[in-house]
Design a protein around this ligand. Structure first.
Ligand code: ZN
Length: 387
């Protein structure tokens, strides 16, 4: 693939919540990975064969949607929609993490079928990458009857995610705790539903239940779509150090509450952002951008830190080698800018004003996958490539 460079970058958003901006205006990509970030002197050092002039626009890491409910392929039976994954790529999402595949038609509930579905979805999405997206599918849903041997077998086949606990027939902490322990023993990351019931068949999950289950991450702490009461959210904030997910298809007021409370406590590294779609709320290809913008415009979060909540924070929680602008990371990058007509002067200014930024380019593993987005409004500044 060789060496390429992004030059004339106005702002580089790192994805690191503690240091959300990088110094410099030049980014070097070698063989699909970020090699260096800095000034123009890097061009001499690396001699890129392909140069992307971004004309002062902003570069951010590729966004991660921490909460998707796929099935197989780029189709969802939940809203009978094709190409929704590809549509999210046009919203800057380069990585998606399954929170379970509950919409699979005729989803089996027995241990053998449950296990088979997780393995199939995991392996299918390893091979199937719409637009190059990294979709981590095959999040096993906890059903009664699963044994330690089942978790060992799934892990050996590559399954590393447990979908939201509460979606399946395992609904109480007593039933979930031994399975969560097996899952963690075999290296899996565990999500748990929180708040009210989302669809008939899933269950309300209180803060105390979440705490006794002991997941890796609390799914949609702002509701999926019905939020926990503020006192319950406080309990999760104060009595645990768990990552707390905020989703687009949740409760707006609760999202604001969580962001403000964690900002007061200097714990913004605990927030990750997901869509929780496809769901009853629909499919929102710009959902991650919308949530970032909502937090920046209405909840007093510095825009670059809001971006970190959907990039570096999530990568850290899930141990993914992407979505942080630093040497060695996979070159999943988004070039964005203020949209035409915005009062914002650049991407971050647009977010602060409540406008969705316009996407000028999306790169995955150093390869351009989207030029000007078909879903965002058009960006003021565009990218020119020379070879
Ligand atoms: Zn849920």
């Amino acid at each position: 693939m060789g060496v390429s460079a992004l030059v004339n970058i106005g702002t580089i958003v790192s994805g690191d919540i503690h240091e959300p901006l990088c110094r410099g205006n030049t980014l070097i990509v070698v063989d699909g990975k970020i090699a260096a970030v800095g000034g123009e002197e890097l061009l001499k050092e690396y001699g890129p064969t392909q140069v992307f002039d971004v004309h002062g626009a902003t570069v951010t890491p590729g966004l991660i949607d921490s909460h998707v409910h796929p099935v197989l392929g780029d189709f969802t039976p939940r809203q009978k929609t094709l190409d929704y994954l590809d549509s999210s790529l046009h919203g800057g999402v380069t990585t998606m993490i399954s929170a379970g595949e509950p919409h699979t038609p005729g989803r089996p509930r027995d241990p053998a079928g449950t296990k088979a579905l997780a393995i199939l979805a995991h392996k299918s999405f390893k091979n199937f990458r719409p637009g190059g997206m990294k979709i981590h599918g095959g999040a096993v849903i906890l059903e009664k009857g699963l044994t330690e041997k089942d978790f060992a077998e799934m892990a050996a086949e590559g399954v590393w995610l447990v979908g939201e606990v509460g979606l399946g027939s395992v609904k109480t902490p007593q039933e979930a705790v031994p399975m969560v322990a097996w899952a963690k023993k075999y290296g899996m990351k565990v999500a748990v539903h929180s708040g009210g019931t989302s669809i008939p068949g899933s269950s309300a999950m209180t803060a105390a239940m979440v705490m006794s289950i002991g997941p890796t991450v609390v799914s949609h702490t702002n509701g999926g779509p019905t939020a926990l009461a503020p006192a319950e959210i406080d309990a999760l904030i104060e009595q645990t150090s768990l990552p707390l997910e905020i989703v687009q298809c949740g409760n707006l007021k609760a999202a604001d509450y969580i962001a403000r409370r964690l900002q007061e406590r200097n714990q913004l590294d605990r927030i990750i952002i997901g869509n929780d779609s496809p769901s009853g709320s629909g499919i929102i290809p710009l959902g991650i951008l919308r949530t970032i913008t909502q937090l920046a415009a209405l909840s007093g979060i510095e825009p670059a830190r809001a971006v970190a909540m959907a990039t570096g924070n999530t990568a850290a929680v899930y141990g993914l080698p992407t979505s942080l602008i630093a040497p060695g990371r996979e070159a999943d990058l988004v070039v964005m800018d203020a949209p035409i007509g915005s009062v914002g002067q650049d991407a971050l200014g647009a977010m602060a004003a409540g406008d969705l930024p316009g996407i000028a380019m999306v790169m995955i593993d150093g390869e351009v996958r989207v030029w000007v987005s078909r879903n965002t409004p058009p960006p003021v500044r565009q990218v020119k490539v020379s070879t």
